[in-house]
Design a protein around this ligand. Structure first.
Ligand code: R5P
Length: 310
C-alpha cells in the first residue's frame, strides 16, 4: 500500500505512516499563481493500493479540490485501488434541504469524490451516519468514541460522571457513550418559546454535583458548548468537560473556549490544530493515527474493521 497526503493535515498523515511503519508517499501539491492546484505524484503507484489522507476542513474548498485532483492523479497513474481517507468530512452538515431551492451539498461532495475516481472512502464520525449512503462506493465510518471513552475512564470516577448531549439531536451519540461508561445521561434542550425571545436552556436530568461530559461530533463557533456549560454550572454541576471529535473551531472559537467555564475541551487530530488552538490553555488534542492507521491496514489486507468500533 502507499499513503499520500494533501496539505490539510500532513502531521496526521505522517503519524499514520509512523503507526504503519511506512514512509509517506512523495507528492507535490502546490498552487499556480492564480491559485489553481497542481499535483504531481513523485513515485510509482502502478498497481498499488493507494490511500489519500485529506480532511476537507478549512479552507474547505481548497482542501476538497486538492483531494479530487490527487485522486485523479492516482487514477491516471494506474493505481489499483484508491481510498479517500477523510478523517473529517466537511460539508457533512449540509445533508438535507433546509428549505426550498437549496442544495444537498454533502451528496454533491460524495458524488465528486466518487467521480474523481475513488474506489472506497474511509472517514470518522460522520455528522449523520446516513451520509454513508450518499456514496455508491464502500464507505467505512470509524468511531472516535472508544478512544474518547478510554481517555475519560483514565480521568473521571465512575460515580461522579454524567454524560450530556448539548442538544436533542445528539442524544443517540450521548446515550451510547453513557452506556459504555456506565454513567447517567442528561440532555440540554434549547428552546425559544416565541420569536424574538432569548433562547432558554432546559436541562433534562439532575446535573448537580456531577462532572459533566458534553459529547458532540463538531465544535465550530463553540457557542453550543459554552452555552451548555453555563447552563450546567448554573444548575449545580461540579465541572463541565467537552469531548468532541472534530475541532472545526472557526473564527474566534479558540478564544471563546479559552474564556469559557469549560474545564477542558478535548478534540481529536482529525483537523490540524491551528497555533491559536494549540495555545489555548483548556483545549487538548488526542491522537487518532493509530485508529485510522489500523483501519487502513485492515482495509488493505481485506480484513474486518468492525472490531475497531468496540
Ligand atoms: C450540530 O448539529 C453539531 O453537532 C454541533 O453541535 C454544531 O456544529 C456545533 O456548532 P457551534 O460550535 O458553532 O455551536
Amino acid at each position: 500500500m502507499k499513503i499520500f497526503a494533501g496539505n490539510s493535515n500532513q502531521q496526521l498523515a505522517e503519524n499514520i505512516c509512523q503507526y504503519l511503519n511506512l514512509h509517506l508517499g512523495k507528492a507535490s501539491v502546490r498552487r499556480f499563481a492564480d491559485q489553481e492546484i497542481f499535483v504531481e505524484i513523485q513515485e510509482n503507484v502502478r498497481g498499488e493500493d493507494v490511500f489519500i489522507v485529506q480532511s476537507t476542513s478549512y479552507p474547505a474548498n481548497d482542501n476538497l479540490m486538492e483531494l479530487l485532483i490527487m485522486i485523479d492523479a492516482a487514477r491516471r497513474s494506474s493505481a489499483r485501488r484508491i481510498t479517500a481517507v477523510l478523517p473529517y468530512f466537511g460539508y457533512a452538515r449540509q445533508d438535507r434541504k433546509p428549505g426550498p431551492r437549496s442544495p444537498i451539498s454533502a451528496k454533491l461532495v460524495a458524488n465528486l469524490i466518487t467521480e474523481a475516481g475513488a474506489d472506497r472512502v474511509l472517514t470518522m464520525d460522520l455528522h449523520a451516519g446516513q451520509i454513508q449512503g450518499f456514496f455508491d462506493i464502500p464507505t467505512d465510518n470509524l468511531f472516535a468514541m472508544p478512544t474518547l471513552a478510554r481517555d475519560i475512564k483514565e480521568r473521571y470516577e465512575k460515580g461522579s460522571m454524567m454524560v450530556v448531549s448539548p442538544d436533542v439531536g445528539g442524544v443517540v451519540r450521548a446515550r451510547a457513550l453513557a452506556k459504555r461508561l456506565d454513567a447517567l445521561l442528561a440532555i440540554v434542550d434549547k428552546r425559544r418559546d416565541r420569536p424574538g425571545e432569548s433562547e432558554v436552556m432546559n436541562i433534562i436530568g439532575d446535573v448537580s454535583g456531577k462532572d459533566c461530559l458534553l459529547i458532540d461530533d463538531i465544535v465550530d463557533s463553540g457557542g453550543t458548548l459554552c452555552n451548555a456549560a453555563d447552563a450546567m454550572l448554573a444548575n449545580g454541576a461540579n465541572s463541565v468537560t467537552a469531548y468532541i471529535t472534530h475541532g472545526v473551531l472557526s473564527g474566534g472559537a479558540a478564544a471563546r473556549i479559552g474564556a469559557s467555564k469549560l474545564r477542558e475541551l478535548v478534540i481529536t487530530d482529525s483537523i490540524r490544530a491551528t497555533p491559536e488552538v494549540q495555545a489555548t490553555h483548556n483545549i487538548r488534542v488526542i491522537e487518532t493515527a493509530s485508529l485510522i492507521g489500523e483501519a487502513i491496514n485492515r482495509t488493505s489486507a481485506e480484513k474486518s474493521v468492525s472490531s475497531l468500533f468496540d
